[in-house]
Write a protein that binds this ligand. Sequence first.
Ligand code: ADP
Length: 490
Amino acid sequence: MRIIQIAAETAPIAKVGGMGDVIPGLSYELTQEGHDVEIILPKYQFIDKKIFSSFRLSGQTILCKEGRKKYKNRIYHCRLQGLKITLIDPEKDYFHRPNIYGYKDDTARFCYFAKAALEYLLARGRPIDVLHMHDWHTAVIAPLYRNMFDDRGLRIKGLMLTIHNLAYQGIAATWDLDRLGLKGKSYLKDHLLQDGTNPRDINLLKGAINLCDAVTVVSPTYSKEILEKKNSCGLKKTLLRNHYKLTGIINGLDSLFWDPKKDLNLAINYSNDSSISAILEAKAACKRLLFPDKSKSPLIGCISRLVPQKGPKLIKSAIIHSLKKKAQFALLGSSPIKSIEDEFAQLKKHLENNPNAILNFEFNDHFSHLLYGACDFIIVPSYFEPCGLTQMIAMRYGAIPIVRKTGGLADTVFDIDDPAVPNSKKNGFVFSQYTAQGINKALDRAINIYTRHPSKYKKMVKTAMLQDFSWKASTQKYVEQYQKIIRQKP
Ligand code: ADP
């Protein structure tokens, strides 16, 4: 199959969250299976061409009309770890900026990118089996294709949308569609792009749900949760109407990037082939890099964006509770929200002289790798979690996850004390209540097993490390969906 992945992020070139990891992970596995995959991404100013094994400016300049004017776009063809990547570089000043998101004109920027990408594909002239878009940033492709590019001769058999997080929908003025050459107001209909809360605005994600052939979300549990009003982010009716298209497929983990056997950030490398004592020795060596006074107490960690979704209040409570219970705690978290940032800064001040706590407020990939290696437990107390990579990475590094039972966390972590779970699957601690008490009780159980039942703890570490979170199984499920939508078309 010829498959186009089109997105705002692709790790390690341009990544903010989990979506950035999905694009290369899935594309790599699809390529391994013999599919022809091309990733299309904006050429952000910060992309360093040295990262690619080949980087070539195409002779072809693509024109893309916005408003009354046609703008030029340069096209770069690059290779990265065997992946084919095309970068679109508009002459318009949309991506010559330091960050991926966070600008007033974000909807206009990404709508323009989506249209320019379709212009490029049309000029290329090769038929496409599946065009796979990700989140609201590229969702405008659905109305653009159905009402403009199909007529202009772009051949695509199936349109697929993956929603990585339903909370972000891309609400825009009809003007954003007008500028692309679509009649914005004519899309103000419930079965098209009309936003439920602001009926004079368009909702890009909703439009793609309505107009795509297949929609996936990033875990089976999340695919059920979002059908309930309280989790549907205002899209319950739309999702129910399109229920027949909806599937939940758990993300895989990039096993090259997250590999304790080769990870250069660790004090000593280890793997699930190592003996449990070698694993624990290696983890203790990592721990000593963080807490040089060798300690026998469990190290609990949290690596997270500090935003409401991730349960900042529960994280705070877990830090205080863990320290009270004589455990150590390491937090690596960054927050775009001032009030949350201030709250954690205050806690850090309060814990200034506590030798058992590290609170680090930055985005630091290297440090995150060391933490996964060093920690005995990793908490993920999310209010909602479409898939979650943190718990999977933690398990790969032999850190037992302590998670709230929601979304992808519920699909990947199975509680040690749950009689309904077979022993071979018991890999963590799960709590349901979204309260400080909920997480504190789970922490108590975890600390108790670590200190009083070491053989049980060791067995959990081995079980967790043996879980298979590779992209192979998930890719198979995506291929099934691709084949399904292709079969529906002549
Ligand atoms: P989301 O995409 O909602 O942030 P995921 O669990 O899907 O959550 O993915 C989070 C990814 O970002 C993981 O790879 C995690 O290790 C990483 N991460 C989160 N916060 C930080 C941070 N402050 N520094 C480094 N990596 C981080």
